[in-house]
Design a protein around this ligand. Structure first.
Ligand code: THU
Length: 160
């Protein structure tokens, strides 16, 4: 038996000013997108902003539905829009901002499992990392340098 350890570096920042100017701006765009989230059921507001290699930014926010499973997370709204609008352009980063209408969210939220799988598809296809930057209303800011860090052993088209 061989034991393999899989680990990654989570980068933790105290303030937005510690990020690069483009990352800071991307998070501010995600925060703006969060304001327009449609989350009447969970009251949990999520905004996402995707930065592309051509410097364009595409946004998304969570879109809920009275038939709960029909809703979609902010990350997939954003990344699918990027894929639809700029199918040939690589994705550099995704910034994710979360807040709640019922309590103060104190720590960043990482993308859910379904969103990780969706983002992994783009990262595998473009063969360059997509960094994930996460922030809540208060508390520290998290950054993963690659989606693969938070979805190790990912399934993908190479198996098919
Ligand atoms: N949500 C996101 O938009 N992104 C995540 O990464 C986690 C959850 C949304 C889905 C739903 O509208 C609400 O947050 C509560 O789960």
């Amino acid at each position: 038996m061989e034991r393999r350890k899989i680990s990654f570096d989570l980068l933790v920042y105290d303030t937005l000013d510690e990020l690069s100017p483009s990352e800071k701006t991307l998070m501010q765009i995600a925060e703006g997108a969060r304001e327009n989230a449609y989350a009447p059921y969970s009251k949990f507001m999520v905004g996402a902003a995707v930065l592309l290699a051509n410097e364009e930014v595409v946004i998304g926010n969570n879109q809920e539905n009275a038939s709960y499973p029909s809703g979609l997370c902010a990350e997939r709204v954003a990344i699918f829009q990027a894929g639809a609008k700029y199918p040939k352009v690589a994705i550099k980063s995704i910034a994710i901002s979360v807040s709640s209408k019922t309590h103060i969210v104190q720590r960043p939220a990482a993308p859910c499992g379904n969103c990780r799988q969706a983002i992994a598809e783009y990262e595998q296809n473009q063969d360059s990392p997509i960094s994930i930057i996460m922030k809540a209303a208060s508390g520290k800011i998290f950054k993963c340098e690659s989606l693969e860090d938070i979805l190790p052993l990912a399934f993908g088209s190479s198996y098919l």
